[in-house]
Design a protein around this ligand. Sequence first.
Ligand SMILES: *Cc1c(COP(=O)(O)O)cnc(C)c1O
Length: 375
Amino acid sequence: MNEKIWLSSPHMSGNEQSYVQEAFDTNWVAPLGPNVNGFESDLESYLKEDTYVAALASGTSALHLSLILLGVKHGDEVICQSKTFSASANPIVYQGATPVFVDSEKDTWNMCPIQLEIAIKDRIKKGNKPKAIIAVHLYGMPYKVDEINKIAEEYKIPVLEDSAESLGSRYKGRNCGTFGELSILSFNGNKIITTSGGGALVTKSAELKQKAVFLATQARDNAPHYLHSQIGYNYRMSNIVAGIGRGQMTILDSHVANRRANFEFYKNAFKDISQISFLMEPEGYFSNRWLSCILLDSKSTREGLRLALEKENIESRPLWKPMHQQPVFKDSPSYLNGVSDELFEKGLCLPSGSNLTEIELNRVVSAINTYFAAC
Ligand SMILES: *Cc1c(COP(=O)(O)O)cnc(C)c1O
């Protein structure tokens, strides 16, 4: 059997262990320390736009804290892009609030501004104005930032930007992760950089960052004993994990370049296969191409191809199954136009790691060529 080719696997720079070693040498084996501060300032320098970053245990915990900071409570409604990973929506339920799902458009596969406005108007008419809008830059492709922000401003609803898949992506020259009232990042094992597990909350104010860190470290009031006037969480990033993050930041841009090269490689390799198409970058959009995705001409081609790749020990995966199709969210209101359903049926993510070798990429291409030659 050929060796397994993964969808997206961790890719270390070699610098990580020295930061981790330093943490051990200085006994900073705790959810605070120099690596946490260093990783936060590395991210702030990378993102620019006067951001303040709080390093947390995961992207999911960053989303949860963001909703708390935005004042989302029991009985509230929060709009969320339907085409996403479930972690975008789950924290809404942690707060006792209801997710309201909004479909995608075809240019970026992200939240459709038209459906968004329809949803907002309808929820207001029903007497429950949404408290926040969670928009996602899926697979690294920025959402329609100007269009979404314009609607959000018109109705005065804050945008929570889920940038878990899009560190290193840009919209009109500005970094993803800086567009929301609050934004979140993820450093889980398969993301563009990884700390094994981790995330961050990005804000525009030192005060909000401080509040996030306060809540993430059990909401301890300023007193010699343990005093609490609010419910706290254990969501801070560990100094060991942050050391991995500091090493990863040294190669973020080369990871982006490698992933973009994978996409170009596939695009070029399949240009004569009429059943395959790609999502191109609209003018002004720069995707980190976290995952290289293709669209097939039908659901059966997509599933046939996925199984053919599996037989060759190559991992591929359908695009995210929309949240409005998930059993757990079956009672949530949704505003749909059919786009995310069709993308789910026809879309496939191909192996996309920044560490894929040319031999591995050629194995993927030849397995796909063989499949279509037999069709
Ligand atoms: C990975 C991911 C998250 C969650 O991040 P974790 O660090 O795994 O908790 C949230 N949203 C999206 C879109 C993701 O891809």
